[in-house]
Write a protein that binds this ligand. Structure first.
Ligand code: RP5
Length: 170
């Protein structure tokens, strides 16, 4: 069945990171990824593009990121969770995969689907749920920090702030 809406995705001028979700139901978790990127001043774009419901749209989006200046894509999905792997097949950009809690196994299904990519087309897989969603954003910041001294400074300040938050036992 043809996907008649392959051009329907949002782009942001100057975006360095793309967040992709298999469903709008992933947004309550993935808005933490977006908020973390915003905290670091990283321009990014967020789209819901299901790999199985809108494959042509996913392909069009992944082709578009190669023509722009995105550095990485963060892909969130639950259940069979093939979004990250399919995106990885469509672009050479590093793909960061966020397993979402699903309806049967609390996200273990998505974690295993994402982490078990066969050799040759890797995706970097993070923890299930909010912790992974935030860490994927931080990992994207680390990727960008390698080529941007201002982002590097913000990352080092964040790490220092975390160190200072550790409380001693009474
Ligand atoms: C996946 O199936 C989505 O990424 C989502 O995590 C899950 C459920 O999707 P909906 O049924 O809520 O659209 O494709």
């Amino acid at each position: 069945m043809p996907d008649m809406s392959e051009k329907k995705f949002q782009t942001v001028d100057g975006a360095r990171v793309g967040i992709l979700m298999g469903s709008a139901s992933d947004w309550p978790t993935m808005k933490k990824t977006s908020a973390t990127l915003t905290e670091f001043g990283i321009a990014h774009e967020c789209n819901v593009i299901s790999a199985h419901r809108a494959p042509a749209r996913l392909e069009a989006y992944c082709r578009s990121v190669e023509e722009r200046d995105l550095a990485t894509l963060i892909c969130a999905a639950g259940g069979a969770a093939h979004l990250a792997g399919v995106a990885a097949s469509l672009t050479h950009l590093p793909i960061l995969a966020c397993p979402m809690k699903g309806w049967a196994t609390e996200g273990l299904d998505a974690l295993l689907a994402m982490v078990q990519m066969p050799k040759g087309v890797p995706v970097a897989t993070f923890a299930i749920g909010s912790h992974g969603a935030i860490n994927a954003a931080l990992f994207a910041v680390q990727i960008l920090a390698a080529g941007d001294p201002a982002v590097r400074e913000r990352l080092l300040a964040y790490r220092q702030a975390q160190a200072e938050l550790i409380s001693p036992l009474d």
